[in-house]
Design a protein around this ligand. Sequence first.
Ligand code: 16G
Ligand code: MG
Length: 541
Amino acid sequence: MAQFQEVSQKSLLHPKPKGLMLQYGTAGFRTTAKDLDHVMFRMGLLATLRSKKTKSTIGVMVTASHNPEEDNGVKLIDPMGEMVTPAWEGYATQLANAEQEALCTVLKDIIEKEDINMSETASVFIGRDTRPSSENLSQAVLDGISSLGGNSKDYGLVTTPQLHYMVRCRNTNGSYGTDTLQGYYQKISQAFIKLIKNAKNHTDDQKRLLVDGANGIGALKLRELEIFLESALQVLLFNDGSNGKLNYMCGADYVKVQQKSPKGMGMEAGQRCCSFDGDADRIVYYYNDSVGCFHLLDGDKIATLISTYLKELLTQAGLNLQIAVVQTAYANGSSTLYLEDIMKVTVCCTKTGVKHLHHAAQNFDIGVYFEANGHGTVLFSQKAEEQIRQLAKDTNASDEKKHAAELLENTINLINQATGDAISDMLVIEAVLAVKGMTVQEWDSIYTDLPNRQLKVKVADRRVIDTKDAERRTVTPAGLQDAIDSLVKKYTKARAFVRPSGTEDVVRVYAEADTQESADGLAHEVSLAVYCLAGGVGEKP
Ligand code: 16G
Ligand code: MG
């Protein structure tokens, strides 16, 4: 194992705390930053192997998204800018948990299993969020890459979706865009400006948007983008990181979970506001009405707005392309009903986690996917893109059709198809509202959310809960699903499900019903059933 000599030596500089076991979960590794140095070094190694295997550039992003500032994390990005393939999540876990003496053996096993030609060159892009720990941790990733002889490009401070974008650009030889920040800003701002030209009565008032940057990387990058926007949008940026703490009482996760506006946001009644999360891959919108009541427009409302707009344009363009919306069990029942019954679009439901939604969305000509928590994007198949771009330049097409195709083409250019992107999604939403001449209140009134409640229950081992049907039903423990079914029957328009969290040691409970009181009551009763039937620990719910 002479080739691993450097790996062994460098690895000593990134020692693994003995006995520490971590798992590559739904969003990579995530834990307290002080336990991650060895993981970063090893993810540098793994990304180098993945690059040799795929003969493509691979991405490594250092971030813990909406987690507290003291945490950190890392995830790998595959060649098309998507999450790393599941088999390699397993390797990531093995590599992270190997004790120093076993590290090279684990590496060798992966190389053999995947039949990797070690003489291939390797290229890895890396990026990081604004956490104080991120700089040193990304240095550890670079050490891992260089000790296996890989080439790296360090983008420094970038949002997660920006790094996904760079990886996709690089591996598509520039056909998707240029792999620089300038290239990213130019592509999306030009598309936005072209779309906005079609806005109806676009006053300064309507151009104004309050943005909560979660005191994170999204704020920094939005500032950079603003220069390219040529005043097509007037951003008032709050929680820009200049004094507040990352994600503390602000950001998309806080707003969605607490159902209230973030700290430090000078909102006036009716003003359109949005929040990014800590690595700017999630976005939610909201406003306060004239009596001070808070209204949240989450991922479901965003999916509805965007899919309605795309469907109308497809009809105007006379293009026969199938559009579908991909949701998870968390999608509000009203959104599903509206999409299926009124909009007549195909809706499908997958397990929680971006990779599942992304995968399902690839099965359609146009796949709009959003988690209720605000993570999502739109995927256009090659066929859809070709038909749209063809029609946009077809001199024989009618003005109406050509115009609709041009709007669709610019929307494609505005969307980050590599992954959900708060900045790009924000511009898409702003463009749609402007083009349709719609206020945030009108958007909100498309349908009314069913009141809902999310709770969590601590159990001895959350793996006792096994689910099926995209996490909407439980298989084990015995009797739990029957208990949930009979509780749901007691309420009107009710629905409830439970699932083991992929990021926290808890079981999550979701309930919705016709009134808030009923949703709260149902969530509480289901929590009790989980506690009793799935080995609850600590205080009874
Ligand atoms: C991760 C996922 C997110 C999902 C959440 C669920 C990615 C990039 N992120 O943050 O999509 O909604 O986990 O968390 O896939 P939970 O399993 O703890 O409920
Ligand atoms: Mg995030």
